[in-house]
Every structure is written in structure tokens, then in C-alpha cells.
Design a protein around this ligand. Structure first.
Ligand code: PMP
Length: 391
């Protein structure tokens, strides 16, 4: 009998979500079968569940050089971002002062800021400059200007993402927060570190961040789990009322299995962040080299971007058309960001892309498990697609 060859599925949408790693799946399953107690219960099963949660708190804290007491579990980065921004605004902004952010944030920050604006807060949004960059001076000046304008320390919060989820652009969070804290220590600094966590090593203290948002499913753990680093002494107004879990910062029974999975994923990844970065950088270089040989393909993610995200455009072929063409060949990429379900997010336009480039943008997002062969097949298919679809 002839052996049928298994079709190779090429997953290049890792910024949308990642395949859970073996360690995470095992930790989730073990926890669901053996350690199913409620951490709030007073008996041994409850205690064991609490111990499992606290163990992951330590693992995540170690990965970002933080105190485990500063790690709080949430349902994901959307909740972490909402909690950080609305919580800080509620705790420190009773007089509805200013908040500084950027125009390229994920929807979970962008829409939260819009909501606060409707509530009367003044939101200062920084756009990329003509070179498609947001500099640390721009961020510091935005805080400084708002302070000067108000003649009193009025900017309560600065929220700047670490890595943009559509282009991979790495923002100068470290330098900006350093400058801000030096001049205005009372201003709270928050970063949405979802696309940087476990990819770009960082220590919260060196980052000068008071609050950091993290997500599980972008780092090979399961969906529906995330964390918030909250520096000691920083207050957040409660958003969810209930049983006062997570020291009252986030009520609701902890998602113990998914938390266990997140811990296992962090443990599996944290020892080799730099090696994986280098590997993915080589993959990105190879892919960009190959794509640059195809006429009419534009690479929107420059060298200043994280190697894990490569945004390209093939003008004349709309993103969804190319996405489905590739999907038919078992290659999975994204148009813009998956969270916007293909709707234009406006972020690419903010980076200076014209409509033709923005309408044909594709996000190829890598993980260290991807191979040179997979990227060769992708490039080949993009080339075929261009020949067939542009006719
Ligand atoms: N911030 C960024 C930068 C993201 O890429 C995402 C996920 N697309 C989120 C926040 C939201 O994370 P979650 O899916 O865990 O809610």
C-alpha cells in the first residue's frame, strides 16, 4: 500500500497565540486530575492548590526579577491592562488628571484609554515620528509638558507597550521610564509586555516599571491566564468585587490549572531566552532576505523590530485574500492583529504605511520551533500567490 504523506502544517501566527508546550499541557492535566482543590478551601486539597499557585508566582517573579508578592494572576493581558489603567486612574486620579500613552497600543489599552477619556480624563497619545519611531524623549516630553502645563505634578500614569503586536517594533520603554522616574517619581509607569515576555529578557527593576501586564497563551501556555506585576506600595482601585482572592486586587477563584500551565511554560522557556532570540533572529534574517528578492513585496518590520514579528505587504493583494490563499496551503499567518478579526486597527497607518501597504499587510509571527524550511515554503507560496493573484 502506498504511504500517504502527512501534509505539513506551517503555523506562523504566534503573536496571536502559541501552541501550548508539552510541559504546560502536562501541568494543566496533572493539576486538573490531581490538584483540583479551591485555593481558598481550608483543607489539604485547598492548601495544595494554593501552594501550586504560589509556586507559579515564584517562577514568574524569578523570570522578571521581581518579588513573588508582587505577582497577581488574571484571566489574561486584556484584564491585566484594564486593571492596570483603570485601577491606577481610580486610585490616583480622582481629579481626572492626565495619562500618557501611545497611538500604537493593543486594543485592550487603546479602548480603555478611550473609556477614561469619556469619563473626563485627559489622554495624551504619542504617535510614531516620520521615521516610524517613538523615541524615549517623545515619551518623557509628553509627561513633562503635561506637568508644565498643569503647573503641578498632574500626570498620574504613563502606559507604553514593550513590543508592538502588529509590527514587532520595540519601544524605548526602559529609557523612557528611567527618565520619567528620575524627574517625576510619583508618575506611575505601566507597560504591556505581552509580546516581549519570554522573548526579550527584562528585569522589572531595571525597567523602572511599576506595573507590567503578561499573558500566558503567547508563551506556549494556555488561554485565559495572565499576570500583573504590581510594585509594592502602588495602589489599584478594585475592578472585580468578590472573595478577595489575590489580596483583593482580583477576586474570583484562581484558574489553578492554567496558572500551573503558565508556570511550566515559563520554567521551560526562561533558561534560553537569548538562544531562542538568536535563532529566531536568524530565521527572520533569512526570511527577509528571501522576501526581498521577490519584486513587489515590502517588509514593514525593520531591524529595530523584534525578530518574532515580521510584517510585510504585497500591494495589490488584500491581506485576507493572501491569508486565505496561504491557509489553503496549510500556512497560517495573520492580517494585522488577530484580535481585531481582520478589521483595520489603524496602527499600521500610525507607522506611516499608506492605504495600499496597510490593506495588503500580513503579519508573520515566529516561535523558536519554526524552521528554515517552513519559511522557504512560505516565501515560495507568497511568490506563487503574487504571480497568480496579481494577474
Ligand atoms: N497586549 C498585546 C500587545 C497583545 O498582543 C495581546 C494579545 N493579542 C493582548 C494585550 C491581550 O492579551 P490576552 O489575549 O491575554 O487578553
Amino acid at each position: 500500500m502506498m504511504k500517504t504523506e502527512k501534509k505539513m502544517s506551517i503555523y506562523l501566527d504566534n503573536a496571536a497565540t502559541t501552541k501550548p508546550c508539552r510541559e504546560a499541557v502536562k501541568a494543566v492535566t496533572d493539576c486538573m486530575t490531581e490538584n483540583y482543590g479551591n485555593p481558598s478551601s481550608l483543607h489539604t486539597k485547598g492548601l495544595n492548590a494554593q501552594l501550586a499557585v504560589d509556586n507559579v508566582r515564584k517562577i514568574i517573579a524569578r523570570a522578571i526579577a521581581a518579588d513573588p508578592a508582587c505577582i497577581y494572576f488574571t484571566s489574561g493581558a486584556t484584564e491585566s491592562n484594564n486593571l492596570a489603567v483603570i485601577g491606577a486612574a481610580g486610585a490616583y486620579g480622582k481629579r481626572k488628571p492626565k495619562i500618557v500613552t501611545t497611538t500604537i497600543e493593543h486594543a485592550s489599552i487603546k479602548r480603555t484609554m478611550d473609556h477614561l477619556e469619556e469619563m473626563g480624563y485627559e489622554i495624551v497619545r504619542i504617535s510614531p515620528d516620520r521615521n516610524g519611531q517613538i523615541t524615549h524623549e517623545q515619551i518623557i516630553n509628553a509627561v513633562d509638558d503635561t506637568l508644565k502645563a498643569a503647573l503641578r505634578p498632574d500626570t498620574i500614569l504613563v502606559s507604553v507597550m514593550m513590543v508592538n503586536n502588529e509590527t514587532g517594533y520595540i519601544l524605548p520603554v526602559r529609557r523612557a521610564f528611567y527618565g520619567i522616574k528620575k524627574m517625576f517619581p510619583q508618575c506611575i509607569t505601566h507597560t504591556d509586555a505581552v509580546q516581549g515576555f519570554m522573548k526579550i529578557p527584562f528585569k522589572v527593576s531595571e525597567l523602572n516599571a511599576d506595573i507590567v501586564s503578561l499573558s500566558g497563551h503567547k508563551i506556549h501556555a494556555g488561554k485565559g491566564v495572565g499576570a500583573l506585576y504590581l510594585k509594592k506600595g502602588i495602589r489599584l482601585e478594585q475592578r472585580i468585587f468578590g472573595g478577595s482572592q489575590e489580596k483583593g486586587i482580583r477576586s474570583g477563584t484562581e484558574n489553578v490549572p492554567m496558572i500551573a500551565g503558565m508556570g511550566a511554560a515559563v520554567k521551560a522557556l526562561c533558561g534560553n531566552i537569548n538562544q531562542r532570540y538568536e535563532k529566531v533572529q536568524k530565521l527572520k534574517n533569512m526570511l527577509c532576505q528571501r522576501l526581498s528578492e521577490i519584486e513587489g513585496v515590502y517588509i514593514n518590520s525593520g531591524e529595530e523590530c523584534s525578530p518574532y514579528i515580521v510584517n510585510i505587504s504585497v500591494p495589490g493583494i488584500r491581506s485576507e485574500i493572501m491569508l486565505h490563499y496561504l491557509e489553503e496551503r496549510d500556512i497560517y499567518v495573520s492580517s494585522g492583529s488577530a484580535c481585531s478579526k481582520g478589521a483595520k486597527s489603524g496602527v499600521l497607518t500610525e507607522f506611516g504605511l499608506n492605504d495600499r501597504l496597510a490593506d495588503s499587510a500580513l503579519r508573520i509571527s515566529l516561535c523558536s520551533e519554526n524552521t528554515v524550511q517552513e519559511l522557504r515554503i512560505l516565501a515560495e507560496n507568497i511568490e506563487y500567490a503574487k504571480e497568480r493573484l496579481l494577474k
